[in-house]
Write a protein that binds this ligand. Structure first.
Ligand code: FEO
Ligand code: CA
Ligand code: CA
Length: 552
């Protein structure tokens, strides 16, 4: 696909001097001699050769990698991280921040733990009414979600390890009390019990983590406002509300800011309440922030928050996108008569932001998931995973070209950047990350029930990790996940030679814990139950991709 050339990229940087917080490791390795169109030249200046050869689609219960790459397991579900805490379930978003910039191979790793699988956590049988769960079973699930903070470092042998029992190692979970960063109570409370549904996220310019509460309705249900006079509770999948009646669903579905050095957290009400996939922060020259977030559900929307003052995630305005007209629509209660007709306050608009967005004419999208900023063009890339009821089973990566370099404008153009399907060899794009050279990497999220089962998904094999070779407009499959698993949370070390990656929900279609009904035994093999784990990918192929400077 068409990329802006280096000259325009440099002009773009000159105009804005802006760097996305999430891309703070990118620029040191991007240089004027690095052109995304020519990744590698051999000595004779022949045709560029991309250092990662790629693999075919796979369907084995293994983590398969392209030649020149290998992986190690950093940590897996249930491993102790301190005297009192264990690593949670279904690790997702990862962010690695060195403690000292001069020591890039030692730092803190934030890990999201998205959702529980009651079968593996407490042998709670499939297809059983969640109301029959005991409090102990619910408590185990609540403990296993949220996030982990880990002190990690690369040892003398080049292996990454968790520093055991370190002062930084801690958990946030379904019991952690977290205040709302807002000027009035949210559904009657100033703080919520727990964080959950922690899917993807982002990093702020000041080094805190944004962890996004996605499918909150699975834990505490949802409130149905179809009859405004009589809101109705819809039961959750996991049934937590039956043991924790004080915990209302309105306390979840927020973006949560976490200080990874102290574990302190707050729920950011200004960014609205929905199935937040991610929160990607752009900092303007004047210090204002523009935060993009996707609501991962069929026919939901993308939002952006523009702060009114520098470095604030509280004071500002939330907008929702109409991608057909290329307009950001304000969700400010005072500016929108329609919102005043339907809601009592700004707080209510933010709690029921999906309904407010639809009233204003937001465009329904095909499951908007992760968002990243293209370091060469400044464009905002958004993965649209799929929308099966609408016949979109492969998804795409959408490109948003804002009309203002600092992204505070309210007009934009939306277009397809990469289309899923057999031609490019991927389906259902989900998490994205740019490496320090500016190459786009992404993962796929075909659901376990369809992957390798439905005829139309069979050519894509298991879920994978991909990199876009912009020089040849090709998508290369770098890795294939074990059975039923999904790669999530790709995040590079600052030098780009280590790629942290989550392997999430291996064996999710297992029918029971009987050995013949377990669909994956990754990573321990044998008759072991599967365990989600964080892996680190490294090797010659990645080193070559990172160290190469284009010879002019
Ligand atoms: Fe948790 Fe939308 O992936
Ligand atoms: Ca996701
Ligand atoms: Ca990302």
């Amino acid at each position: 696909m068409k990329q802006q050339n280096r000259r325009s990229f440099l002009q773009f940087l000159g105009h804005s001097s802006i760097l996305a917080a999430g891309s703070s490791t990118i620029l040191p390795l991007l240089s004027a001699c690095n052109d995304p169109k020519k990744i590698v030249n051999d000595k004779k200046n022949e045709k560029p050769i991309f250092p990662i050869a790629g693999i075919q689609a796979q369907s084995s219960d293994k983590l398969v990698l392209s030649e020149g790459l290998s992986y190690q397991i950093l940590i897996k579900w249930g491993d102790p991280i301190s005297e009192k805490d264990k690593f949670g379930f279904n690790n997702d978003y990862l962010a690695y921040l060195p403690l000292d910039k001069t020591k890039p191979h030692e730092g803190l790793l934030w890990v999201n733990h998205e959702y529980p699988d009651p079968l593996f956590i407490s042998n709670f049988p499939r297809k059983t009414d969640a109301k029959t769960k005991t409090k102990d079973q619910v408590d185990k699930e609540m403990y296993d979600v949220g996030g982990s903070i880990l002190h990690i470092k690369k040892n003398d042998k080049g292996v990454w390890e968790v520093v055991k029992d370190d002062k930084y190692n801690r958990r946030l979970n379904g019991f952690t009390m977290i205040p709302f960063d807002w000027n009035e109570p949210v559904a009657g409370k100033k703080e919520a019990m727990g964080t959950l549904g922690n899917c993807a996220g982002g990093v702020t310019p000041w080094g805190t983590i944004l962890t996004c509460e996605e499918n909150y309705q699975d834990c505490y249900g949802e409130t149905d406002h179809k009859n405004p006079a009589k809101p109705k509770h819809k039961d959750s999948e996991y049934g937590w509300e039956h043991h924790y009646k004080e915990n209302l669903t309105e306390h979840y579905g927020w973006v949560v800011e976490v200080n990874i050095k102290t574990g302190e957290a707050k729920k950011l009400v200004s960014l609205g309440r929905c199935a937040h996939e991610c929160a990607q922060v752009w900092r303007c020259e004047d210090g204002r922030l523009v935060v993009y977030t996707g609501d991962d559900k069929n026919d939901e929307h993308i939002y952006k928050f523009i702060s009114a003052v520098p470095d604030s995630l509280t004071e500002g305005t939330l907008y929702v996108a109409n991608t057909e007209k290329g307009e950001w629509l304000s969700l400010n209660y005072e500016e929108q008569p329609l919102l005043k007709q339907h809601f009592k306050s700004q707080t209510e608009v933010l709690i029921r932001v999906r309904e407010a967005a639809k009233l204003l004419g937001a465009t329904p999208l095909n499951r908007p998931e992760d968002i990243e900023f293209d370091p060469f063009t400044g464009n905002v890339l958004v993965t649209l995973t799929n929308n099966l009821p609408k016949g979109d089973f492969v998804g795409q990566i959408m490109k948003i070209e804002e009309d203002s370099a600092d992204k505070t404008g309210l007009k934009f153009k939306a277009d397809t950047f990469l289309a899923g399907g057999p031609e490019l060899g991927f389906a259902c794009p989900d998490n994205m990350v740019f490496d320090p050279k500016g190459n786009l990497w992404f993962t796929s999220d075909m659901s376990g029930s369809l992957m390798n089962r439905e005829e139309r998904y069979k050519p894509f094999g298991n879920n994978g990790l991909f990199v876009y070779n912009a020089a040849e407009d090709k998508v290369i499959q770098v890795a294939s996940a074990p059975m039923d698993a999904e790669f999530t949370g790709p995040y590079f070390s600052p030098d780009g030679t280590s790629l942290f990656l989550s392997v999430q929900h291996p064996g999710e279609t297992s029918k029971s814990l009987m050995k013949e009904e377990i669909s994956s035994h990754w990573p321990d093999g044998g008759e072991n139950i599967p365990r989600a784990a964080v892996v680190v990918i490294s090797g010659k192929a990645l080193d070559e991709l990172m160290k190469f400077d284009l010879k002019k």
